[in-house]
Design a protein around this ligand. Structure first.
Ligand SMILES: O=P(O)(O)O[C@H]1O[C@H](CO)[C@@H](O)[C@H]1O
Ligand SMILES: O=c1cc[nH]c(=O)[nH]1
Length: 254
């Protein structure tokens, strides 16, 4: 929705950005991510949305924060698509669910459990929140080249951060624990809050989306927080390298 020529929330317009966008949750991470671009340039800051742009392999790229959770993420994606973007990589933090996923690992999401409310207003719950195959492949290749310990598979997106961290304090404790154990038994890798929205809104708007998550800890086996700068950069570096791979592939396909 345009207000005085700019998208109402992200405060940019068509022509400001190109096809490729990195989506962190935290607006504070946008500038750091933009430092990986050539010619980084600040575009806007409004509410939880901060936008920077630049170039990779000569192609226009951008970074836009989504804020925490589904509603603000859906708004960011809708408005970025209206500005002409069609390829998105979410970069975020998460907490390992299965025992093999540990602090410092990188997880590439092929799909997300829809334990949130936003995407139910887009598609019935039977519809899967699946990432785009070409974006997943590029992320996998990028993490491999960078030599990171990576996992590729299904992740969980939920609405309640403290429902994950302190389930026993919620009136819904038994439901939360039962679901967590079910995800774990099925090999769900890690828990975060925005991928399912990115994937479902992206599918509905016919754009390509994927996600790469830094793992901060494993909630069940090790709650030592790994928040070192090097750890936080892993997902970002993976996303940047994956965008370069996609840009080259798109040029070859033209
Ligand atoms: O690191 P970001 O992208 O914010 O992602 C994770 O961190 C936040 C919770 O602390 C949620 O947004 C969750 O998805
Ligand atoms: O455990 C975690 C860590 C970061 N973000 C989440 O949503 N969960």
């Amino acid at each position: 929705m345009l207000i005085q020529g700019k998208q109402m929330h992200i405060q940019i317009q068509k022509g400001d950005i190109g096809r490729y966008v990195i989506l962190p949750g935290d607006p504070g991470r946008c500038e750091r991510i933009a430092r990986y671009f050539d010619e980084p340039e600040f575009l806007s800051s409004n509410r939880e949305y901060t936008v920077w742009r630049g170039r990779l392999c000569g192609e226009p790229v951008a970074v836009c924060s989504t804020g925490i959770g589904g509603p603000s993420t859906a708004i960011a994606l809708e408005e970025l698509v209206e500005c002409g973007a069609d390829t998105f990589i979410r970069v975020g933090t998460s907490g390992g669910i299965v025992d093999s996923v540990r602090g410092g690992d990188v997880v590439i999401a092929t799909a997300a459990v829809r334990q949130e409310g936003t995407t139910r207003e887009y598609m019935p719950i039977e519809y899967p929140a699946a990432a785009d195959f070409s974006v997943v492949s590029a992320l996998h290749q990028a993490a491999k080249q960078l030599g990171y310990r990576q996992h590729v598979g299904v992740i969980q997106s939920k609405d309640s951060f403290y429902g994950e961290i302190r389930p026993s304090e919620q009136p819904t404790a038994s439901m939360l624990r039962e679901k967590w154990e079910a995800w774990k038994a099925a090999g769900v890798l890690t828990s975060e809050m925005e991928c399912s929205t990115v994937f479902v809104v992206g599918a509905v708007r016919h754009v390509r989306c994927g996600g790469v998550l830094n793992v901060l800890w494993n909630a069940d086996t090790d709650d030592t927080l790994d928040a070192s700068p090097e750890m936080a950069e892993r997902g970002v570096k993976t996303a940047v390298e994956a965008l370069k791979i996609l840009i080259q592939q798109d040029r070859e396909e033209k």
